[in-house]
Design a protein around this ligand. Structure first.
Ligand code: KDG
Length: 311
């Protein structure tokens, strides 16, 4: 068994240094919220695995190579000989504004189905991480996500649902109709403040959505507030935590880093304050360096930010 299993679509991300319409060099990176979380855990020395479908060509080979290089388990990854890799262009439009353009419809990753996940779930995990991106990819990926959440929660794993709404993939109403029932399998729900009503009634206040989730068996709701830190709700009430004061150069992947830090703290048996401290520490590393996951810390680097007080 592994400590953390996650699954979804890993993308090949092509990053520009300026407007895409102006052309110029693109650099190739691994992207994907779930693989970012797996890498975050693996960097800290946890046994983390990623499952999904990748194309049976050089791009799929690149995804696997990157994950293996980061120490993420890929034993249960399947190769799809028919479909191509999902691509994402990440355009740096201005110093503070990046834009995303997907080429992922019909990709290998989006064809994920229950059979792809069965061996990984059978091998066992302490934590199952899933995002609201995967069920937006296709009917089969949606069924696979639900099946995995149900199977892992029945097996006693901690299920963490990271809402991660991607407006380019589906509408808020479509997302809510799928994610609200999915949250019923989760122990931990992570959402940014503007995503929270995707696991509750449309337009509902934060406290109302949280109360509904806690009543349905969720033990912890983490509301991410970007540079403002986060609020964590449990049966004991709410605890606020501020972000660490670092210079942000690239916020993509910060939410995934936050979730990875929280789950690492859970696996290490830390109390809520300790889990949140690790979550904001990983978030700080992610925003202070370039790339989705490249700047995430190894365990011996966690202490580099020890002297920073939440600002
Ligand atoms: O969280 C960062 C992700 O947005 C990025 O890695 C790509 O998974 C991705 C997606 O579907 O947008």
């Amino acid at each position: 068994a592994v400590e953390l299993l996650t699954f979804g679509e890993a993308l090949v991300s092509l990053r520009s240094a300026g407007p895409l319409a102006a052309g110029g060099a693109l650099t190739m990176h691994l992207a994907g919220a779930e693989s970012n979380v797996a890498i975050g855990l693996a960097r800290l020395g946890h046994r983390a695995a990623w499952a999904g479908r990748v194309s049976d060509d050089e791009l799929g080979g690149y995804v696997l190579r990157q994950l293996r290089a980061e120490g993420v388990g890929v034993d249960h990854v399947t190769r799809d000989p028919e479909r191509s890799a999902g691509l994402m262009f990440l355009e740096r439009r201005t110093a503070d504004l990046t834009r995303v353009r997907y080429h992922r419809a019909g990709s290998a990753g989006s064809a994920l189905d229950v059979e792809d996940l069965r061996p990984a779930l059978a091998a066992g995990t302490r934590v199952l991480h899933l995002t609201g991106i995967t069920p937006a990819l296709s009917d089969s990926a949606r069924a696979a996500t639900r099946w995995a959440a149900e199977t892992a929660s029945r097996a006693g794993a901690l299920v963490c649902l990271d809402v991660n709404h991607r407006a380019k993939l589906w509408s808020r109403d479509d997302a809510r109709a799928v994610l609200t029932p999915l949250a019923g399998y989760a122990s931990v729900v992570v959402a940014s403040a503007d995503e929270l009503d995707l696991v509750g009634e449309p337009g509902a206040a934060e406290e109302t959505v949280v109360a509904g989730l806690l009543a349905r068996g969720v033990t912890t709701v983490l509301v991410k507030l970007a540079g403002e830190g986060a609020r964590a709700y449990t049966g004991d009430g709410v605890r606020r935590t501020a972000a660490l004061p670092v210079t942000a150069v690239d916020t993509v992947g910060a939410g995934d880093a936050f979730t990875a830090g929280y789950l690492s703290g859970h696996l290490d048996g830390l109390d809520l304050a300790g889990r949140l401290r690790r979550a904001v520490t990983l978030g700080a590393f992610a925003v202070a360096g370039h790339g989705d996951w490249e700047a995430l810390p190894r365990r011996d680097e966690l202490s580099l930010l020890d002297d920073l007080q939440p600002g």
